[in-house]
Design a protein around this ligand. Sequence first.
Ligand SMILES: [Fe+2]
Length: 320
Amino acid sequence: MEGNDRKFRVFAKLEILIILLKKERMDLEKIETVEPFIINKNLGKHLDPEKTLTQTNAEGLPAVKLSQEEKYLFDIRGWILFEGVLAAGQVEEMRDFCYRLKYDTESIPEHHRSSIGGPLEQLIDHPLLLGFMNEFVAHPPLASQDCYGFRMDHSGLLFRKTGEGGFSPHNGNGILRFPGDSCVYRCIPGKVNAGMVRVAWELNPVEEGKGGTLFVTGSHKGVFTAPESLQSPDSPIWETYGCSEGSVLFFTEALTHSPTTWKSEKYDRVPVFNCYNTVNSKWHNWNPHPDHVAEMPTKRQTLFRPVHVAGNVIGGAYRD
Ligand SMILES: [Fe+2]
């Protein structure tokens, strides 16, 4: 009798365990498959971002969708590096243009004398960039197949020789910030708005620890004030990267990060630093040359449209 009771208890426990395991699997499946619930303007009506987000760039190239792993890594870390995105020929042409910008500006037509000029223009809506921005910055009601759901906020060439550049840590705690300073990081299950995002196209190799941008991984979700030890670039809390030429780095300005002195004896630093924001936010006092924008394909021009929401989508209906 006692033996039968024990057997029953074992079976009962096994059954509960199986039910729990099945439930856990169902919960996991839900997390993996259910679309995030994005609320639109119309009384909480659900919006399907796939219906509006721009699928091709101004040159007709399809947006590169981020994998589940890439989305996960960017979300938990606040920065992500894609190695070897540009072909060798592209890098060479772009790097040459950067050297002309630095040392021979007069050789470039005036309206192209910027880090979005000449061959650098194709970086501003590169297919990988479009895929990234669709996922982390675009506001779906302000996107269509003719119009990007995000805007370009700034561009600059951060050219550095050995010994140039300094340490200047800033930001962090993005998840706790109110809208207004652009350095926010907001999320719901399965969806993120990463606020203002910086994109660094490294046109020369970066040797790890020799002056690439420093990050405090995960600090965009931090709730405490940074410790005093972060005031040293040698703190082990800082993380950084090394990469080949033609790589691209994305990071949210909500993350604690810092430039640091360029120490490489082998290479100059030649990064184009571009910056993107939501359509209704502008952080930098920067605008591209109007004659250059006028030359761009119509879809690319939407990166520089006015900073407001109402009716600010071409080929779409922002209220739907
Ligand atoms: Fe910054």
